[in-house]
Design a protein around this ligand. Structure first.
Ligand code: NAP
Length: 288
């Protein structure tokens, strides 16, 4: 089956979906200085004429509980990034079915009764970016590199594609085994070359290449015609994407995932589609 959508559903179907719009939006992470989310959501909010600030909050783990209490009092909404996706999942009063299955929260809001609601829109972002990259071609064999929160979101998305299987490789074996136990479509490969054998789509879900030109694997090992989706994003594309393209493969970095997970979060908060073109411009222009 093709790389279809996942984690959809109308706002009315979501817990807290009838909540008032958040008047304050934040990104919770540590560190957050490099994140493009404030710039991207700032552009979406301006384009929609919504007068709510979106700011990055650098929250060390020891102060996360206090930060969530303050955000609860303000009925704020927002996004969550490394290292808080699992802890926020644990602290949510309500989780969407997608967040419950993935085990990590990247988007939250407060219901009208004050309940903290958590969702995972990385699933929507990865599914949409994979669909765009493969141009809806059938994908039956996927290689997943990494076994953290975004790998779980990818595994959940792939599980909805109908018959697609995942060969998973991670530098540490126990997290890979734990992921395979949670998602029926996933099996742990014995090494990286066997994970790449016969693959049609590689999804890279580790931070390798975020800050330098390190690549997680040699693209010479890619089968002809296979595509590469790197969840890492960098202005000018990651070294993995550049080398995969140079070797004749279709490849995309995580910019599309960033925009699509952000668009899905915007829909959860405001019940309306954001201006994706404005979001793309904001994350690719380099302008403040
Ligand atoms: P995570 O939960 O912390 O998981 C990180 C994974 O990467 C683990 O499997 C870890 O392996 C592996 N890893 C870490 N450092 C490594 C290294 N030096 N070499 C090889 N493997 C390494 O993180 P995550 O939330 O899944 O995020 C992973 C990446 O995806 C990050 O770079 C993040 O920015 C990116 N991401 C992008 C988007 C987007 O919108 N584009 C969305 C989500 C995530 P161990 O189990 O051995 O520790």
């Amino acid at each position: 089956m093709s790389a279809g959508g996942a984690g959809g559903g109308s706002l009315a179907d979501l817990p807290g979906g009838s909540a008032p719009w958040p008047r304050q939006l934040v990104l919770l992470g540590h560190p957050v200085a490099q994140s493009l989310s404030p710039r991207m959501h700032g552009a979406a909010l301006r384009a929609a004429g919504i007068d709510a600030p979106y700011e990055a909050l650098d929250v060390p783990p020891a102060t996360l509980a206090d930060a969530l209490a303050r955000l609860g009092a303000a009925r704020a909404g927002g996004n969550v990034t490394i290292p808080h996706k699992r802890t926020v999942w644990e602290r949510c009063d309500v989780r969407t079915a997608t967040a419950a299955a993935v085990g990590a929260v990247n988007t939250f809001w407060h219901a009208s009764d004050g309940a903290l609601v958590g969702d995972n829109t990385d699933v929507d972002g990865i599914a949409a970016a994979a669909r765009a990259l493969t141009r809806e071609r059938p994908v039956r064999r996927v290689t997943l590199i990494g076994a953290g929160g975004s790998a779980a979101a990818a595994a959940f998305a792939i599980g909805t594609w109908g018959g697609a299987t995942v060969a998973l490789w991670n530098r540490s074996v126990p997290p890979a085994q734990a992921l395979a136990q949670r998602f029926a479509c996933v099996r742990v490969a014995k090494d990286l070359p066997s994970a790449l054998e016969g693959t049609q789509l590689v999804i890279h879900a580790t931070p390798v290449g975020m800050r330098d030109d390190e690549v997680p694997f040699d693209v010479a090992a890619l089968p002809p015609g296979s595509a590469v989706l790197d969840l890492v994003y960098r202005i000018g594309a990651t070294a993995l994407v550049r080398s995969a393209r140079a070797a004749g493969h279709e490849a995309a970095d995580g910019t599309g995932v960033l925009v699509e997970q952000g668009a899905a979060a915007f829909r959860r908060w405001f019940g309306t589609e954001p201006d994706r073109a404005a979001m793309w411009r904001a994350v690719t222009s380099g302008a403040p």
